[in-house]
Design a protein around this ligand. Structure first.
Ligand code: HAM
Length: 437
């Protein structure tokens, strides 16, 4: 085959989400919007392209994301642009750029959209992936940390997700962290030679990142390094104690994980992750934390903040099983397939399709003359709940045949009553939102 005619495939690490799965994505997003709305979060949509410096400064020059994973390119005027690897920096940038702090109070913002990281693709890890994220800007109160986590737990429970674990840590702040870093550097001196090449470099450039290392052979060494929780300053300690106390009061279980420093540099105080047993190696369903210094890192006024991002690809993988059985998660069914037989029936059949569609029912109709048996085959293949049959006889009697495709039962219904008839029979299959508990 010549090069010109070779089929052009999608880019490695990117995926087409086909209709057989997009209904799950829509279901997950609808639940997310419902829960976020209940906690008074409002949607923000920021550009996918940002100046490279935004991520370099906030996510951190020494992080894997910035050193290895960003899709960065020089624009035609040589400006360095990057496809966003995450959206927290963008949300904080937008908050500053539009002076949202002038609206008074705290801002609770959420976003849903694609992110880009050039990682090695595998199940649950893609180069274009999707996040559902939320950020609370303008307060450093520990109650907000607990409330954000409470909201996440509610969301996951509404998705009937089981086998999840909440990991919690504090990474201190610019006041207490230097002392911990000194202790950590000192401890690393002794073991440095046994760590991977990346960690040997990190020991000098950003020792906290060593705790984040995923290399198997490094793990026993890292486990023995000093814990940041033993070096928190009084303010960070108090904050962390308040967060854990509030989580316990809310009946939320957590595991304190001193190594949880997360892969981004902007974090201060609380950090957390939720892992899912339903996922394989890529088991981090979501991650988040507080970033009280981020706004200043990108040249804005001091603005405390906390947030999280859920990996939507992973979330969909995890809920896929549980979702199959839930009425609300099934692909929205075609309500009716309209079968017409004979030229004279085409006009009333089209009229009926139009009317039912106006009423919001999903309807399909054949575009060319087709035998009854074949039409019924089509109705069944497209998953129509009902077939409405209009032949010469039906035109004369003024009553259409309605066949229930699941039970096989057939009934005559007058055109005027058809919408109500279909609606009442379909009611059980439609998505009824669960109450917020
Ligand atoms: P992150 O931990 O880098 O945090 O990403 C959050 C989640 O995105 C991960 O837990 C994972 O589920 C998903 N994720 C990350 N990379 C990939 C990938 N290559 N393929 C599939 N899923 C992926 C952040 O992005 C921060 N902005 C979270 C945050 C918000 N912190 C404060 N506010």
């Amino acid at each position: 085959m010549s090069k010109e005619t070779q089929f052009i495939r999608s880019v490695k690490g990117t995926r087409d989400l086909l209709p057989s799965e997009t209904h799950l994505w829509q279901g997950v997003e609808a639940e997310a919007r419902a829960v976020l709305g209940a906690y008074n979060f409002r949607e923000i949509r920021t550009p996918i392209l940002e100046q490279t410096a935004l991520f370099a400064r906030s996510v951190g020059e020494e992080t894997d994301i910035v050193t290895k994973e960003m899709y960065t390119f020089a624009d035609r005027d040589n400006e360095s642009l990057t496809l966003r690897p995450e959206a927290t920096a963008s949300v904080v940038r937008a908050y500053i750029e539009h002076s949202l702090y002038n609206e008074g109070g705290i801002q609770k913002l959420y976003y849903i959209g694609p992110m880009f990281r050039r990682e090695r693709p595998q199940k649950g890890r893609y180069r274009q992936f999707y996040q559902i994220g939320a950020e609370v800007l303008g307060s450093d109160h520990p109650t907000i940390d607990a409330e954000v986590i409470e909201m996440l737990m509610l969301f996951l429970s509404r998705l009937e997700l089981q086998n999840t674990a909440l990991l919690l840590n504090s990474v201190g702040c610019p006041i207490c962290r230097p002392e911990y870093l000194r202790v950590l550097r000192h401890a690393l001196e002794g073991v440095k030679g046994n760590l991977c090449a990346d960690c040997q470099r990190r020991t000098e450039t950003n020792p906290l990142r060593v705790l984040d290392c995923k290399v198997e052979a490094d793990q026993p060494i890292i486990e023995k390094l000093p814990s940041i929780l033993d070096h928190l300053g009084p303010e960070c300690r108090q904050h962390f104690d308040r967060v854990t106390a509030e989580l316990s009061e809310r009946g939320i279980e957590y595991t304190i994980t001193p190594r949880l420093v997360r892969g981004l540099d902007y974090y201060t105080k609380t950090t957390f992750e939720i892992t899912s047993g339903a996922l394989g190696a890529q088991n981090a369903l979501l991650g988040g934390g507080r970033y009280d210094g981020l706004a200043e890192m990108i040249g804005g006024p001091p603005t405390p903040g906390i947030g999280f991002s859920i990996g939507e690809d992973r979330l969909v993988l995890a809920v896929a099983d549980a979702a199959q059985g839930k009425a609300g998660w099934s692909a929205s069914p075609v309500a009716a397939y309209i079968v017409w037989m004979g030229d004279r029936t085409l006009a009333p059949a089209r009229q009926l399709a139009r009317e039912l569609r106006r009423q919001g029912l999903s309807v399909e109709i054949g575009y060319e003359p087709t035998k009854l048996k074949k039409s019924m085959g089509i109705a069944s293949r497209i998953g129509a709940r009902f077939a409405v049959i209009i032949g010469e006889g039906e035109l004369q009697s003024g009553r259409y045949q309605v066949k229930d495709m699941t039970s096989g039962e057939q009934q005559e219904v007058e055109p005027a009553g058809l919408t109500d008839y279909l609606r009442s029979r379909l009611a059980s299959a439609r998505h009824v939102p669960m109450p917020l508990k």
